[in-house]
Design a protein around this ligand. Structure first.
Ligand SMILES: Nc1ncnc2c1ncn2[C@@H]1O[C@H](COP(=O)(O)OP(=O)(O)O)[C@@H](O)[C@H]1O
Ligand SMILES: [Mg+2]
Length: 244
C-alpha cells in the first residue's frame, strides 16, 4: 500500500526581507526561519500583529515575492515542487490548476463581466485539449458549463443577478470581494490562500464563506488563511501559527 503521509505544504526556514529604498536602503527583515506544515483538508490561520509578515508569507507561497532562503515544498497535482525555486512558467501552471489566492482586492481584467471573471478561472484550470479537438462547439460547451458553476456560486454569495453581466470595476467593495471569492473557490484547488477574505462582508455572506471553506477542506484542500474576524477564524481554523 502506498500511503502518502507527507504534508500538502511544508515551509522550512523561510526568510524574506525588503530593502526600503525611500529610507536610504534600510533593510527590513520580515520573515526569518519561518516553518509550518499543512496537511490536505487542514486549515491553518496565520496570526500576529499587523506588519508581522502574514501577507508576505502568502505572497511567497503564491510566487509573487521571491524567498531569500528556505524551502516551500508543495504536493502539486503533478508531484512535489518547491515553490521557492519553481520557474515562472511552472508557477503559472500551478496558479491555474492547483493554487488559488483570494486577497481583499479584486484584480479583474477590465470589461470582462463578473460571470466570466469567475467562469474563466474554471476554463483555464482544465487541461488544454489537443489541437484537433479544439472545435468551437466543444469550447462553447465548456464555457457554458463553467458559467453554470459561476452562476451557482455568485447566487450563493448573494450577488444580485443584475450584476453578473457587468464588469466588476464599478462594484462596491463587498460586491467585488464576493466576485473574488467566487473566483477563488469555483475550482477545486489543492492549496487555498485566503488573505482576509471576509474583510468587507456582512454576517450572512461571512457565513457563506465559512461554508465554502468547510467544503474545500472536505474535498482535501489545504487552506492558509488570515482572518481578522475571530468568529470566522474559530469556525474554520484547525490551528493557528503565530508570526513575529
Ligand atoms: N513590497 C514591499 N516593499 C517593502 N516593504 C514591504 C512590502 N510588502 C510588505 N512590506 C513590509 O513588510 C512588513 C510585513 O507586511 P505584511 O506581510 O503585509 O504584514 P501583515 O500582513 O502581517 O500585516 C510590513 O512592515 C510592510 O510594510
Ligand atoms: Mg496583511
Amino acid at each position: 500500500m502506498n500511503l502518502d503521509t507527507s504534508p500538502r505544504l511544508s515551509v522550512r526556514g523561510l526568510a524574506k526581507h525588503f530593502t526600503l529604498h525611500l529610507r536610504g536602503g534600510a533593510r527590513l527583515q520580515v520573515l526569518e526561519d519561518t516553518s509550518l506544515d499543512i496537511g490536505a483538508g487542514e486549515c491553518v490561520a496565520l496570526v500576529g500583529a499587523s506588519g508581522r509578515g502574514k501577507s508576505t508569507l502568502m505572497k511567497c507561497l503564491f510566487g509573487s515575492y521571491g524567498a531569500d532562503a528556505g524551502a516551500l515544498r508543495f504536493e502539486s497535482s503533478a508531484g512535489p515542487v518547491d515553490l521557492a525555486t519553481a520557474s515562472p512558467q511552472r508557477m503559472i501552471e500551478l496558479r491555474r490548476r492547483d493554487i488559488a489566492y483570494v486577497s481583499q482586492f479584486l484584480r479583474a481584467v477590465p470589461r470582462v463581466p463578473a460571470l466570466d471573471v469567475v467562469a474563466q478561472r474554471l476554463v483555464d484550470a482544465e487541461p488544454v485539449p489537443a489541437a484537433d479537438d479544439l472545435d468551437d462547439a466543444g469550447h462553447e460547451e465548456r464555457l457554458e458549463a463553467a458559467r453554470d458553476a459561476a452562476r451557482a456560486l455568485l447566487a450563493r454569495l448573494n450577488l444580485p443577478p443584475a450584476l453578473w453581466d457587468l464588469p466588476p470595476a464599478t462594484f462596491s467593495g463587498g460586491e467585488q470581494q464576493r466576485v473574488n471569492i467566487a473566483r477563488g473557490f469555483v475550482q477545486a484547488s489543492r492549496l487555498l490562500l485566503l488573505d482576509e477574505p471576509t474583510a468587507s462582508l456582512d454576517a450572512a455572506n461571512r457565513r457563506v464563506v465559512v461554508e465554502l471553506i468547510h467544503e474545500a477542506k472536505a474535498r482535501g484542500a489545504a487552506v492558509v488563511g488570515i482572518f481578522h474576524d475571530e468568529e470566522v477564524r474559530d469556525a474554520v481554523a484547525d490551528r493557528c501559527v503565530e508570526l513575529g
